[in-house]
Write a protein that binds this ligand. Structure first.
Ligand code: PLP
Length: 400
């Protein structure tokens, strides 16, 4: 008996591995990116009310009209986008399903997908299951001339070919905290036009952006509306990751690719949560501004604790992760760690704080770029971050 090769090659996600290790070790879990607090009480009440009101059977396959209308209004309010709720939006079980549907719906075997690495680990699985070929472009760490993670324009140009089907972009970016700038997005848009390609843009962290950085919706760049599918989700903006309500939006023809796959993957997402997320998307601007301010405070609290523990972090302009430099950290014998996996296992089991080894977010050829880093999630209550901070203080570090 054996499972299919396409499944066998996937292994277990790094999140499952480290969440299980965190539970076994009683570690404070700063690994997987889920908040340890809930989103707005009135949105939870809206879900409960929907269940009580009998919204407990299948929702329409593309999503409830109420939610698709709210998604369209939200896109108009924040980005001036015009999206027809009937033909341009599909609601999915989280952004993860939307990404998977989009890759299966747009990529033919042999098509090339340009993707910046490190990347959210589901991207690779989706591209490979569609039979696509990954063309990675490395995001390089900040240095003397770059304040944030950056890419080499020539490397990006070289990743395009006549077989390029699409660019899979994530901004704000997990795990680097990078928010792509207008100039960077314009270059990507120019190359997409030159190669008659498409864009699949994962903007799940669209509201978790920290001034002075600004989130730009890629689809609103000149020429990009017709070529872009945008993915988002309620999980991050409303701290409701367990509800798994996401969506894909874009021109009717591209959305048709998503919808065709979605109807046979899940058919429809959870009905009462769709009603509640429609209410969430209509929260006033103040809500979204407050969320960003609260996350800045959490980011700064964790960055300070990590710095005190000898784990300086790279600048984070968006999303809710800090990448820490682990080169000064030492094991119980005073030796440096072999790599990020060894460091994260030690940190989880011996220090009691779980983090994620970022080399899991690179293709094998570039995994080295992640071996000197560890990813810490700061979507946690102050008490959790403070407890992590006091445990991190026990970490040994180089003396000079
Ligand atoms: C970049 C990125 N995309 C997508 C997702 C998944 O979103 P969802 O929980 O809505 O499936 C995550 C979750 O961590 C993420 O970091």
């Amino acid at each position: 008996m054996s499972i299919a090769a396409r499944a066998a090659s996937l292994g277990t996600t790094v999140f499952s591995e480290f969440t299980a290790l965190a539970q076994k070790s009683g570690a404070v879990n700063l690994g997987q990116g889920f908040p340890d607090f809930d989103g707005p009480a009135e949105i939870k009440e809206a879900a409960i009310a929907a269940i009580r009101a009998g919204e407990n059977q299948y929702a329409p396959g593309p999503g409830s009209l109420a939610l698709r209308t709210a998604i369209s209004e939200h896109a108009a309010r924040f980005y001036g986008q015009s999206l027809d709720p009937n033909s341009m939006i599909t609601v999915t079980s989280g952004a993860t399903e939307a990404l998977f549907d989009a890759l299966l719906g747009l990529v033919d075997p042999g098509d090339e997908v340009v993707v910046f690495e490190p990347f959210y680990d589901s991207y690779l699985a989706g591209i490979e299951m569609a039979g696509g070929v990954v063309r990675p472009v490395l995001l390089r760490p900040p240095d003397a001339t770059h304040e944030t993670f950056w890419f080499d324009a020539d490397e990006l140009r070289a990743a395009f070919s006549p077989r390029t089907k699409l660019v899979l972009l994530n901004t704000p970016h997990n795990p680097t905290g990078k928010v792509f700038t207008l100039a960077e997005l314009e270059l990507i848009a120019q190359l997409i036009e030159e190669h008659d390609a498409l864009a699949l843009v994962d903007e799940v962290y669209e509201h978790l952006v920290y001034a002075p950085a600004r989130h730009l919706r890629f689809a609103t760049l000149p020429g990009m509306h017709a070529r872009t599918l945008t993915i988002s989700s309620a999980g991050k903006s409303f701290s409701l990751t367990g509800w798994k309500i996401g969506w894909a939006m874009g021109p009717a023809e591209l959305r048709r690719g998503v919808q065709s796959v979605h109807q046979f993957v899940t058919f429809a997402s959870a009905a009462p949560f769709q009603t509640a997320v429609a209410a969430a998307l209509r929260l006033p601007d103040d809500y979204f501004a407050l969320v960003a301010r609260e996350f800045v405070a959490r980011r700064d609290r964790l960055a300070a604790a990590l710095a005190l523990a000898g784990l300086p972090t790279h600048r984070c302009d968006g999303a809710y992760f800090l990448l820490a430099d682990i080169s000064l950290a030492r094991d119980a014998n005073g030796a440096p760690f072999a790599d990020d996996f060894a460091f994260c296992r030690h940190l989880t089991e011996k220090i009691g704080v779980a983090a994620i080894p970022p080399s899991a977010f690179y293709t094998a050829a570039h995994a080295q770029a992640g071996r000197g880093l560890a990813r810490f999630a700061f979507c946690k209550r102050d008490a959790t971050l403070d407890e992590a901070g006091s445990r991190l203080a026990k970490l040994s570090r180089a003396t000079k």
